[in-house]
Design a protein around this ligand. Structure first.
Ligand SMILES: Cc1cc2nc3c(=O)[nH]c(=O)nc-3n(C[C@H](O)[C@H](O)[C@H](O)COP(=O)(O)OP(=O)(O)OC[C@H]3O[C@@H](n4cnc5c(N)ncnc54)[C@H](O)[C@@H]3O)c2cc1C
Length: 397
């Protein structure tokens, strides 16, 4: 029998995160939206909880768990459940949790033990996108050349989340542009490495509590050991694909971010509808349902669908099942529905939907990016179509 009920232990965890987010994060959501780029210092409270435990030693002094893995039963599920609750309070805060940047996911997936030892408790951003290369990540132009004991990096990286707050950045660059994707490697670059400059912070429509910036690397020098994975260029895209695997864990989380903001908007709309005497009555015959109620039921159904998709993708990751298609299904549908539903909620709320008295207008602005970053909705459709049809990226573009 299929059972979608969460185990009690996970329900307790969900309630704990929800209560914390409700009491601590929701009340400061508007403030940091207005302040834009200012780090919500209240998030420091999450520091200990999210920094990954890599210092456990056994009685012989040997490290027991040097690297967190996403294959522990429950860690991906716990991730999506807390992502929903935090995003319910404020989706930009999910991108602002200390030491839990996109670069941290990549580090946990591909770093050596030594690299993990050095960078595991730092805050890591991820810089892949460039002017002219976002969806087509194989087209990046940033380069890395070995010069003695150092890599020398040159190029520009745009729309980097946590650009100002991070300690270091996982930068994607090519060691051999003629080799295409096989030449693409990732490097750990300290924020203050010589030649690394934070050029500007982006002024955004939504997710304004999260800092997004541009880095320019001009003969930026980093130690030879800061390459993630092997420096060898083999004529295969396996290395690139391996690194892309971090999306299988991060996309369900971004989907859950969409679930959280959608739920916030749906709950608020229900509250206001009820204050105005429109109470959903699920027993009423379909012929006697008002148009507002119909809209509301459809939103609730989509909300449930995106939550189940994000859970399924995360559950598969926890259970070491191949989940690339499901992660993209969850991210693609959740990103789309978050934008549609938060917009519909603003409509149903009337003038209140546009007023800064409520957070509905903010959630509408925040949700837009969820259909863009971590791969746009169109790119998720492409990944799903390739997976379902069994076609390679060369055959289906
Ligand atoms: C707030 C924010 C935070 C971000 N954070 C990060 C970050 O931390 N690190 C990082 O590296 N990047 C980050 N990004 C960048 C983001 O991942 C890219 O913007 C995104 O991948 C799209 O790439 P692009 O901007 O080059 O758009 P393009 O690839 O140029 O896409 C433009 C349009 O064309 C469509 N399109 C492109 N190719 C196809 C195709 N083959 N089939 C159908 N349609 C297609 C796209 O779906 C889109 O609608 C962030 C962006 C934002 C807005």
């Amino acid at each position: 029998m299929i059972d979608f009920e969460l185990p009690q232990e996970i329900k307790d965890f969900q309630k704990m995160v929800h209560d914390f987010a409700d009491q601590t994060f929701r009340p400061i959501s508007r403030k940091y939206d207005e302040l834009e780029h200012v780090y919500p210092k209240e998030l420091d409270m999450l520091k200990g909880m999210t920094s990954l435990d890599r210092k456990k030693k056994n009685k012989d002094g040997k490290q027991v768990e040097s690297k967190p893995t996403s294959d522990k039963i429950g860690s991906n599920m716990k991730g999506v459940i807390s992502a929903e609750e935090i995003s319910w309070a404020d989706p930009s805060f999910l991108l602002s949790i200390p030491n839990a940047g996109m670069g941290n996911v990549a580090l946990a997936t591909i770093a050596t033990d030594e690299q993990y030892e050095q960078y595991g408790d730092k805050w890591l951003a991820m810089a892949l996108t460039e002017p002219g290369s976002g969806s087509d990540s194989g087209a990046i132009r940033a380069t890395a050349e070995l010069d003695g004991d150092e890599w020398v990096l040159n190029g520009e990286k745009i729309f980097v989340s946590c650009a100002d707050r991070c300690d270091a950045i996982i930068v994607w660059a090519s060691v051999d542009r003629s080799a295409g994707k096989a030449g693409m490697k990732s490097f750990i670059v300290d924020r203050d490495a010589p030649g690394m400059k934070l050029e500007k912070l982006e002024k955004k429509m939504g997710l304004r509590g999260s800092d997004t910036g541009t880095f320019v690397m001009t003969d930026c020098r980093i130690p030879k050991g800061n390459i993630l994975g092997s420096a060898e260029v083999v004529q295969s895209t396996e290395g690139f694909k391996g690194a892309m695997k971090s999306f299988d864990s991060s996309r369900p989380m971004v989907a859950a971010q969409g679930v959280g903001v959608t739920r916030a908007a749906v709950e608020l709309t229900k509250e206001v509808m009820e204050e105005n005497g429109i109470k959903p009555d699920y027993k009423r015959h379909v012929n006697n349902v008002s148009s507002m109620e119909k809209e509301f039921y459809m939103m609730e159904a989509q909300l449930e669908a995106i939550r189940l998709l994000s859970w399924k993708a995360a559950w598969m990751a926890d259970n070491k099942r191949y989940n690339t298609i499901e992660a993209s299904m969850a991210k693609g549908k959740a990103g789309r529905q978050a934008t549609l539903i938060t917009s519909k909620c603003c409509e149903l709320l009337g003038p209140l939907g546009l007023s800064t008295k409520l957070l509905a207008e903010k959630w509408f602005r925040d949700s837009k990016v969820m259909d863009i970053f971590e791969g746009t909705g169109q790119i998720q459709h492409l990944i799903v179509a390739r997976g379902v049809l069994g076609l390679s990226s060369k055959k289906l573009k």
